[in-house]
Design a protein around this ligand. Structure first.
Ligand code: ZN
Ligand code: ZN
Length: 148
């Protein structure tokens, strides 16, 4: 399991409050998708979410519902999506400590990394352009060690 600084219960409670505040509705599907993402070690595709819902929680979820819901999560800024080049985006909660990704275009392996220098450099570049940096997504595409 990934390490988050917030328990799932508190995270879910906060999220539900902000959903109501934004004028949207909570649903059991939303809760389960968040739970699946929270307790997963991987970056999950919509199809994987459907499968986990079925096998682990005995919940039947349509894939369209999952796509709609993760899109909603993205607009609420609690989920990030990753394009790994196989047509199926992968999703993760963005409540863990910031990290970037390397994606192998041969086997689709995702490697997470953090690099202080890259982070600082982005701040510098933004500043040099009088740009207020709020967030960034960095994905490096290439070939992993195994596939080389
Ligand atoms: Zn590979
Ligand atoms: Zn990640």
């Amino acid at each position: 399991m990934r390490r988050y600084e917030i328990s799932f219960e508190s995270f879910l409670e906060n999220f539900k409050k902000s959903v109501v505040k934004s004028g949207y509705k909570n649903s059991i599907q939303k809760d389960y998708i968040l739970k699946i993402l929270y307790f997963s070690d991987e970056h999950l595709s919509a199809e994987q979410i459907v499968n986990i819902a079925k096998t682990l929680y005995k919940i039947d979820m349509g894939i369209a519902t999952v796509y709609r819901t993760v899109k909603f999560f993205e607009t609420m800024n609690i989920v990030n999506s990753l394009d790994i080049g196989d047509g199926a985006k992968r999703y993760e909660l963005n409540i863990s400590i910031h990290h970037d990704h390397m994606i192998c275009t041969s086997c689709s392996t995702i490697i997470e990394f953090t690099d202080d220098l890259i982070e600082e450099q982005q701040e510098k570049v933004a500043k040099a352009n009088n740009f207020l940096l709020k967030d960034h997504i960095m994905t490096i595409y290439g070939i992993c060690e195994k596939c080389q």
